[in-house]
Design a protein around this ligand. Structure first.
Ligand code: MG
Length: 258
């Protein structure tokens, strides 16, 4: 009787593990910004993503002309071109929720207090030299805040991708976003997997299994429509990056047990 109970418990544990492993994890795109008091790439959005239980929060970084790493999506903010402007001018700019543009330092200080992970997107800089300095400084700062095991990196920059692989500690997950490499090329270059748009993935759904067979993972962005979220779930992707994290969490909760 006792043995049978133990077997039953072990089977239940194994099946719940299998079911949870099969469901994608939720990554808030530019933080959880589509909610009260928040804004894209604000510290508030990072806090909100964690508070609703996201697996990770994604954000974008640039380096100012005088070498300060800041968090913002576009190359410009309020007409100020980040890469060619001094930090003083960039950091004076306001986000939609009234916060000033955050430094990477303030972002990491907050991330260090939260259990959830971060996904740092290195933007493609005009100057390759500037971009390489950004990579080196980012890696140093992530280490300073004890976040090496909690940080994944993504980029559209080919050089940035190579530099991130080169300068981050061995085993750090670095993903390339553009979608123009097939999974085995990513593997060969030292990437952790593919992190491609929904459009690319729908064109190449076979890349999901191919990536898994190569021992790598699949992230899909930016998935906001429930039907597309379901497509990602049904096709077994590992991570979904979304502007609607709570909606995705609800959908994941409602999946039938496997
Ligand atoms: Mg991004």
């Amino acid at each position: 009787m006792k043995t049978r109970l133990i077997i039953a418990a072990a089977l239940a544990a194994a099946s719940s593990l299998a079911a949870s492993a099969a469901l994608p994890k939720v990554i808030a795109h530019r933080g959880y910004w589509d909610t009260e008091g928040s804004a894209q790439n604000s510290v508030r959005a990072l806090v909100k993503a964690d508070s609703v239980g996201c697996y990770a929060s994604e954000f974008d970084v640039w380096m100012t002309a005088d070498g300060v790493i800041v968090v913002n999506h576009d190359a410009d903010i309020n007409g100020v071109h980040i890469e060619s402007s001094p930090a003083k001018k960039v950091l004076a700019q306001k986000l939609a929720n009234g916060e000033n543009v955050p430094t990477l330092e303030s972002y990491l200080a907050q991330a260090a207090k939260q259990p959830s992970r971060i996904v740092l997107e290195l933007k493609t800089h005009d100057s390759r030299k500037h971009e390489r300095k950004a990579v080196k400084d980012i890696v140093k700062m992530v280490k300073k805040y004890g976040l090496e095991d909690k940080t994944d990196y993504i980029t559209f920059s080919k050089y940035g991708f190579q530099d991130l692989i080169k300068y981050t500690p061995k085993g750090t997950a670095v993903y390339y976003l553009t979608g123009d490499y097939i999974p085995w090329q990513i593997k060969e270059m030292g990437g952790a997997g593919i992190d491609y748009s929904l459009k690319v993935m729908k064109k190449h759904p076979e890349w999901i299994k191919m990536t898994h067979d190569l021992g790598m993972e699949v992230n899909v962005w930016t998935v906001n429509d429930p039907a597309d979220m379901q497509w990602c779930i049904d096709n077994g992707v590992d991570y979904i990056t979304t502007n609607a994290p709570e909606q995705l969490q609800q959908l994941l909760k409602n999946q039938p047990a496997k």
